[in-house]
Design a binder for this molecule. Structure first.
Ligand code: TLP
Length: 352
């Protein structure tokens, strides 16, 4: 049996051999006492790369986002986000459960909000309606197919929100993918946000961990919330050591992942019954619609799995593929071949 080609997510990347070595050799201490030298180095390095005062190591992207939301809001407020936002769709309703806030979802083409769309939904003090406490953006936008915000758009949203006294958080789980797609630095893309969460554990290939970046004051508050959530880790240097390599070496891989995603999209567009617009694939995520094959997305996904190709059905008609370090061009070619087979088998069955 051929090796598995796992296109379910970039979260599936395994630590590189260099990461394993760095983890084994990491100098450690108790990070709840702020005494883990490797965690401290990672936090300082992340803050420096983003051009900000401080960065906090957290176990997951979800914890990072939810800690930030908690710091910025009060119970009974609203958080504005795009309709497909991860904080709205995937984080176990924690914005409600933990921060006591309602997400006010706004639909935007390609998941990319503008101040024009947001400003219509911002609520000030009122006797009737919940006040807006926070705006949260996502770059790249996962469920919108890895789409990217131009820095002019996010800068404008931040400037206008700040004029109205509103903080803006960035779910930048894949901000390094956005930076690679735009040929800009992460600092250029995120400088105006009040807080930024980014993941070491996705395309950057670390086994565990995300970072929360912002001011020193934000860092101190977020650190308390991290402890409330049970995220105070002890000798976390073994993880931070891998995170350090993820930051230093991970971004170099991303243009390769993006080229593979484009390659996949262009080939999938040629398969009868598959609908995808390759020109929208600008980073490492792609969605395609299988309605016209007559098969449910779950059935297509199950057929692919029998060929060792893993890709998640995200609805009855749509499948997501995500490229990353552990899938090379040959793996993409196998995925295309398997999809042709999965769909072709059904088309023959209809004819007979
Ligand atoms: N995304 C995962 C799933 O949860 C869907 C994936 O496979 O893409 N923000 C964004 C934009 C994300 O895509 C994710 C994870 C997170 C936050 C949460 O990160 P973790 O999984 O570390 O909690």
């Amino acid at each position: 049996m051929n090796e598995i080609v796992d296109l379910r997510s970039d979260t599936v990347t395994k630590p590189t051999p260099a990461m394993r070595r760095a983890m084994a050799e990491a100098e450690v201490g108790d990070d709840v006492y702020r005494e883990d030298p490797t965690v401290n180095r990672l936090q300082d390095h992340a803050a420096e790369i983003f051009g900000r005062e401080a960065a906090l190591f957290v176990p997951s992207g979800t914890m990072g986002n939810q800690a930030a939301i908690k710091v910025h809001t009060r119970h009974g407020q609203e958080v504005i986000a795009e309709q497909r936002a991860h904080i709205y769709n995937y984080e176990m309703a924690m914005t409600a459960a933990f921060s006591g806030c309602l997400v006010r979802p706004i639909w935007a083409e390609d998941g990319i909000l503008s101040w024009d769309l947001i400003s219509r939904e911002v609520r000030g003090r009122s006797d009737h309606r919940a006040r807006t406490g926070l705006i949260s953006l996502e770059n790249t936008s996962n469920l919108a197919g890895g789409s990217v915000y131009e820095p002019e758009a996010t800068d404008e949203i931040c400037d206008r929100a700040h004029e109205r006294g509103l903080p803006v958080h960035l779910d930048g789980a894949r901000i390094f993918n956005a930076a690679a797609a735009l040929g800009k630095s992460v600092a250029e893309l995120t400088g105006k946000f009040d807080s930024v969460m980014f993941c070491l554990s996705k395309g950057l290939s670390a086994p565990v961990g995300s970072m929360l970046v912002g001011s020193k004051e934000f860092f101190e508050e977020a650190r308390l919330i991290r402890k409330m959530l049970g995220g105070g880790m002890r000798q976390a240097g073994v993880l931070a050591a891998a995170g350090m390599l993820a930051l230093e070496e991970g971004p170099r891989q991303l243009p390769i992942d993006h080229a593979n995603a484009r390659f996949l999209a262009q080939a999938l567009a040629e398969i009868p019954g598959i609908a995808i617009n390759p020109s929208k694939v600008v980073t490492n995520i792609l969605f395609f619609d299988v309605s016209a094959t007559g098969l449910a997305a779950g059935e297509v996904s199950a057929r692919l799995a029998t060929q060792g190709i893993l890709a998640n059905a995200v609805s009855g008609t749509s499948i997501r593929m995500v490229t990353h370090r552990d899938v090379n061009r040959a793996g993409c070619e196998r995925a295309i071949q398997a999809l042709r087979g999965a769909v072709g088998a059904r088309q023959k069955a209809i004819v007979t």
